[in-house]
Design a protein around this ligand. Structure first.
Ligand code: AMP
Ligand code: ZN
Ligand code: FE
Ligand code: FE
Length: 277
């Protein structure tokens, strides 16, 4: 049984709509699916309703992925079973979305300054929801003919240290964990294997994180074992997922179910949640 607990939709920077993601999950035979869009909950109600109205036999976990601030490291905090109507959460997400929009405009200005004929309108056209991320800009650069693929566009123009890069506002790890907690959710450290300064993992544990994403496409089997051990030592939940963004996305993460947890691990998460509630 496959539980993929890390999946993006077009509500953030995924390629597929929430309905398309659900259909793919059903077709791929997943037992459970968590949608974890960046800084938005907009796809969750749609996905949940779509599953219910079609009576699909798949367990749905409403989630989110919050990018947090930490100098050169991207610390991403996943939240599971969040109440996506939580007012405080929604207000903070709307602020961050507005800041993302300003940042996208700054990136477009920088690209224009180095001679790319790209408008903010073209970038906006790549989005399906209210959230703008760099992958949308990468797709616009590719479509305008300045790169052979969206991935190449990302790497050559807007990746860290590239001419179009602009930092964006992020939550602090502490606030992300608090927001998820207040919205009734479980907080999990995403892809710890991508964190360069590993002492930061311990800082996040001290802040009260409740789980570790051990299974992840870019984790080696050694890393998976290491993170399972870490979770066990600190009495934390073990999670995993593919970070699916859709085929043709500028990500390496384009296979639904390419990383997952099994039923035993999933039940531990669900029981923990029920007990906590
Ligand atoms: P943003 O939150 O707007 O800064 O964009 C971050 C998104 O870009 C995340 O989904 C990352 O997985 C993706 N991303 C980060 N670095 C790269 C890269 N080098 N190539 C393609 N996608 C990337
Ligand atoms: Zn993404
Ligand atoms: Fe992430
Ligand atoms: Fe992700």
């Amino acid at each position: 049984m496959i539980f993929d607990l890390h999946v993006h939709t077009s509500a953030s920077d995924g390629v597929n709509t929430p309905e398309q993601v659900v259909l793919k999950a059903v077709d791929s035979g997943l037992t459970g699916l968590a949608i974890t869009d960046h800084d938005t909950v907009d796809g969750l109600e749609t996905a949940q309703r779509f599953i219910e109205s079609n009576r699909f036999n798949i367990e749905f976990i409403p989630g989110i992925e919050l990018n947090t601030d930490s100098d050169e490291d991207d610390l991403h905090i996943l939240g599971y079973y969040i109440n996506y109507y939580d007012e405080h959460l929604i207000n903070r997400l709307m602020e961050v979305q507005a800041q993302r929009r300003q940042r996208a405009e700054q990136i477009v200005n920088k690209l224009q300054a180095i001679g790319l004929d790209i408008s903010f309108e073209q970038v906006k056209n790549m989005t399906k929801g209210d959230l703008i991320g760099r992958p949308h800009i990468a797709r616009a650069i590719h479509q305008a003919g300045y790169a052979l693929s969206a991935r190449e566009a990302f790497q050559e123009y807007i990746a860290r240290d590239m001419p179009g890069y602009v930092k964006r506002y992020k939550f602090t790890p502490g606030e992300a964990i608090e927001l998820i907690k207040k919205a009734g959710g479980i907080s999990v450290l995403a892809h710890p294997g991508l964190i360069k300064n590993s002492y930061k993992i311990n800082e996040i544990i001290k802040l009260g994180i409740e789980g570790i994403e051990a299974y992840y496409p870019e984790h080696s089997s050694t890393q998976i074992q290491e993170f399972i051990g870490l979770a066990q030592n600190h009495n934390l939940l073990i999670t995993g997922g593919s970070d699916f963004h859709g085929e043709g996305s500028p990500e390496s993460r384009n296979h639904l179910g390419s990383a997952f947890i099994n039923e035993v691990m999933f039940k531990q998460i669900r029981e923990y949640y029920k007990y906590k509630k």
